[in-house]
Every structure is written in C-alpha cells, then in structure tokens.
Design a protein around this ligand. Structure first.
Ligand SMILES: CC(C)(COP(=O)(O)OP(=O)(O)OC[C@H]1O[C@@H](n2cnc3c(N)ncnc32)[C@H](O)[C@@H]1OP(=O)(O)O)[C@@H](O)C(=O)NCCC(=O)NCCS
Length: 175
C-alpha cells in the first residue's frame, strides 16, 4: 500500500503532469517517469546517482533499506522524488524535501530542499525544474511558509530561475 507521503507526492505529480513543462519533456523523452523513491531503487542505481552530487560512502542495500523504512515511517516529513528511465530501469534524477516543524511563526513549517542531482547524460531536459516544481508544490500543500536550500555560487542562477532568492549566509560545523 502507498504511504501517506507517497500518496501526497503522487497527487502533486499528477497535477504537474498537466503543465506545459511536463508535456514538453514528455515529448522529448516519453520513457522518463517521475515518481516517489521506492525501496527497490537501490537496484536501479539511486545511490550511484547521488555520487554525482557528493560523497555517498559505502552504503549496503540493507543499510539503504533500513534508512528508507525509517524515512517512510515519517510520511509527512520526508518526500523524495526520482525520475526513472523506464527503458533502462535506471534512476536518472532526484530531489528531496524535508518538512521541519517550528515553534516560531505560529508553529509554522519550513521545507528544506536537498540532494538535487540529474545524471550527466540526462541534463538539459528540464528534469531538475520538474522535480523542484513538484517539491515546491508539496511544501505549499504541507503548509510551509517558505522553502530553503543551500547551493554553490555556480548554481544561484539556476535556482533564481525557479523563483528562489539569495538570502544570508550558510554556516557549517563538520564532525
Ligand atoms: C544543477 C542540475 C541539477 C540541473 O539539472 P538539469 O536537469 O540539467 O537542469 P534543467 O534542464 O532542469 O535546467 C533548467 C534551466 O536551468 C538552467 N541551468 C541548468 N544548470 C544551470 C546552472 N548551473 N547555472 C545556471 N542555469 C542553469 C538551464 O539552462 C535551464 O534554463 P532554461 O529554462 O532557460 O532553458 C544538474 O546540472 C546537476 O545534477 N548538477 C550536479 C549536481 C548539483 O550540482 N546539484 C545541485 C546541488 S545544489
């Protein structure tokens, strides 16, 4: 049975399927399917795809599945979308949204977009735009008052095209 987050995700994706963006991309590549991340996506190269973004580390299938199930048990918090190239059973793009619950802003919520990556061979087909539009819609539907993300200088222009504005600075402390 589909989890609550998967149901919400798929509802947002169905809405987006009627946009010009999706129609245009479907004409370009009708074997690309946008959907929620699934347990079986480890075998379809999901972790390999993330290696095109950052250090993934040595994550076995068991460890991936345990983390997937942990996140699936919080269906209103974690939303991860992928594009699968169904002609190759391969995950070729992904982006994730985490909903943070706050006390401020009348116990408001913030959406955090993370782990945006499109396989090198599939860039330029507007897949990232479609993933991010879907996540923005989900964040809105979840009642978030804003969505935020971190990126390098080189990606600012990309996110500005999606309506994001540069704000403040990021601080980090690694362990
Ligand atoms: C950044 C990335 C996700 C873009 O994916 P993509 O599917 O090729 O992007 P799209 O085809 O949806 O691009 C949409 C628009 O953004 C533009 N764009 C893409 N990358 C851009 C960049 N680095 N800077 C400025 N504009 C960019 C495209 O030209 C296109 O513009 P248009 O609407 O005027 O035609 C992809 O290059 C990638 O995975 N990079 C490596 C991982 C990474 O850096 N992720 C982001 C972490 S913050």
């Amino acid at each position: 049975m589909a989890s609550r987050s998967e149901a919400r995700l798929n509802a947002a994706l169905r809405t987006l399927a009627t946009t010009d963006d999706q129609k245009q991309a479907a004409e370009t590549a009708n074997y690309l399917e946008m959907r929620a991340l699934q347990l079986g996506d480890f075998d379809k190269g999901y972790m390999k795809l993330l290696e095109q973004l950052t250090v993934v580390g040595d994550v076995s299938k068991d460890v991936y599945e345990a983390r997937f199930n942990e996140m699936a048990s919080l269906p209103d918090t974690y939303f991860t979308i992928v594009f699968e190239d169904t002609s190759k059973s391969k995950i070729v793009a992904t982006a994730a949204l985490t909903i943070e619950r706050k006390f401020i802003r009348g116990c408001g919520k913030i959406g955090h977009i993370e782990d945006v990556v499109v396989d090198k061979q599939y860039r330029g087909f507007r897949l990232a735009v479609r993933l991010l539009e879907a996540l923005k819609q989900i964040a809105k539907d979840c009642g978030c008052y804003k969505v935020i993300l971190d990126c390098t200088e080189a990606k600012i222009a990309f996110y500005e095209k999606l309506g994001f504005q540069k704000k403040e600075q990021q601080m980090a402390l690694y362990f």
